[in-house]
Design a protein around this ligand. Structure first.
Ligand code: 9D3
Length: 500
């Protein structure tokens, strides 16, 4: 894979280079994982005094950057290709982690830094794809905002931080601010480290940290705290039908999903009854199930939606809220599936959701099972890609991403690969394959057990979607202790008709 390129068009190129070089971003540049190209807009002026600014038509204070040098600098960098071009401006949309994640998917980005009072609107109309601000305060130029964005985007690129996604500690405290931390000495300025942290009681430490994180979020970020409470409530409600809802619960607890739609009335009602009289509420909701709840979750990282709807009206509301760049939608109601088919998605198969409820790890009998590296990429592709059996949406790029994320495991016999299994980007187990000649020897069972154990280590609840017709796999999972959901699931894929 070639380096991700960040171009910065600016009047102060050395500011950007000097600002980023001593940091981790500079090291990633040395390692050729990223590339920084700071371009001096002044080098592209046609004015003989190297002037790049002029007075605004209609009058007003200050000067404007002229269109010509900006346009030519941009053209020199892109050569006329279509490249994501961000104008960093106080008039932009606020930058967020979600935007950083979105931009981390690009191979090349141009940042345009304004100076003076701004840039001639006409050149912006021709080259800019995104207008972004870093917040509601006034700076002297766009260089620091461009550096802020490059820093936050680059750290998401695999290899930049050194540790890959698989080794990254999944935060248990996802939607909360971090808890306070302490290092040696035990006493400093007469202040002791909280006793619980010295107790060696891991469970108590976790509990204390969660309480601290909650308290400080409530105090400093009431907006985040409100969201957190709502999400906890939703998870609690979903837990009533764990087998059917584990995919939603896991997405929420692992912190990789945002709630795009939630029938708040059902949730609020649930909330009040539960507080007034827990016993009555439990009975009440057991009778009606979670059927009245409607939810749409979106996982930005893998552009996957998960939804379930109580009725046609909320089904339509959900369908309207599915982001345009969604590549996969997982649903469990026939009418919701039909609704999405009408909207141009296709459902090549139906799946049974299987849930592994135990917390104990499974024995792995076959000893030669290891995480795969890119060296094994051709093998996986040759056995799995463009194969009718492999399930929807499996493409080479996806396999590459999964291997690099440390989410693919291979089975070997005398050093030769004979199968593999993986964890999908939305969090379910899948992609199981064993060579015909090596079946019925417990290798699939070992692969599955190995993947289950990896998920348990992360504190996840293992679950998977098995093709409704795949009896062998269903039997294998039941043998390992998985439970079936009552519902059937459909994976809806984008068709060419709605991808444009
Ligand atoms: C007198 C009008 N000014 C707007 C408040 C003009 C102006 C002020 C500051 C024009 C440019 C700037 C420099 N700032 C940026 O280029 C900038 C910025 C910022 O100031 N705050 C937050 N995000 C950003 S992104 C670019």
């Amino acid at each position: 894979m070639s380096a991700v390129i960040f171009h910065v068009l600016t009047l102060f190129p050395q500011m950007v280079i000097q600002g980023l070089s001593p940091s981790i971003i500079g090291r990633a540049w040395e390692k050729k994982i990223i590339s920084l190209n700071a371009v001096d807009i002044r080098d592209y002026t046609t004015d003989r005094h190297r002037k790049v600014d002029d007075y605004p038509y209609g009058g007003g204070a200050g000067m404007l950057m002229q269109a010509q040098p900006v346009y030519d600098a941009h053209k020199a960098v892109t050569g006329g290709r279509k490249v994501r071009t961000i104008y960093v401006t106080p008039q932009g949309t606020p930058f967020t982690q979600a935007k950083a994640q979105e931009l981390a998917q690009e191979d090349e980005i141009v940042f345009l830094c304004g100076h003076y009072e701004g840039i001639d609107e006409r050149v912006l109309e021709e080259i800019v794809t995104d207008y972004i601000s870093i917040g509601d305060y006034v700076l002297t130029g766009g260089e620091l905002p461009a550096m802020v964005m490059i820093d936050s985007i680059a750290r998401l690129i695999p290899g930049v931080l050194g540790n890959d996604i698989s080794s990254e500690e999944e935060s248990f405290y996802n939607d909360l601010l971090e808890y306070p931390q302490y290092s040696r000495p035990e006493e400093w300025h007469g202040k002791r480290v909280p006793e619980v942290l010295l107790s060696g009681n891991h469970k108590k430490v976790t509990q204390w940290r969660l309480e601290q994180a909650r308290a400080r979020t409530a105090e400093r970020r009431p907006d985040l705290y409100e969201k957190y409470r709502e999400k906890q409530l939703l998870i609690k409600q979903l837990a009533r039908h764990k087998r059917n809802n584990i995919h939603l619960m896991e997405s929420l607890t692992r912190g990789c999903a945002e709630v795009l739609y939630c029938d708040r009335t059902a949730l609020a009602q649930e909330h009040t009854t539960a507080e007034e009289n827990p016993a009555v509420s439990q009975k009440h909701s057991a009778e009606r199930g979670s059927a009245e709840l409607s939810v749409l979750l979106y996982n930005r990282c893998c552009r996957t939606c998960m939804a379930f709807a109580a009725d046609m009206a909320s089904g339509r509301a959900i369908a309207d809220r599915i982001p345009v760049d969604t590549e996969l939608i997982i649903v469990s109601e026939p009418f919701l599936k039909e609704l999405l088919l009408q909207r141009g998605y296709q459902a090549p198969g139906s799946y049974i959701q299987m849930l592994y409820p135990q917390k104990v790890s499974l024995p792995v009998k076959h000893k030669e099972i290891f995480p795969l590296t890119m060296e094994h990429f051709p093998y996986v592709c040759s056995r799995y890609c463009n194969d009718a059996q492999c399930g929807p949406g499996i493409e080479e790029a996806y396999i590459r991403e999964r291997i690099q994320a440390g989410a693919m495991y291979g089975a070997f016999v005398e050093g030769r690969q004979v199968g593999f299994m993986g964890i999908h980007s939305e969090g379910s187990l899948g992609m199981l394959f064993v060579e015909e000649a090596f079946r019925r020897q417990g290798i699939a069972s070992s692969l599955e057990a190995y993947a289950v154990n990896r998920m348990l280590e992360k504190g996840w609840t293992p679950y998977g979607h098995v093709s409704a017709g795949n009896t062998a796999s269903l039997n294998l999972q039941e043998k390992l202790g998985f439970y079936k959901a009552e519902k059937t699931f459909w994976w809806l894929e984008k068709t060419l008709a709605n991808s444009t």
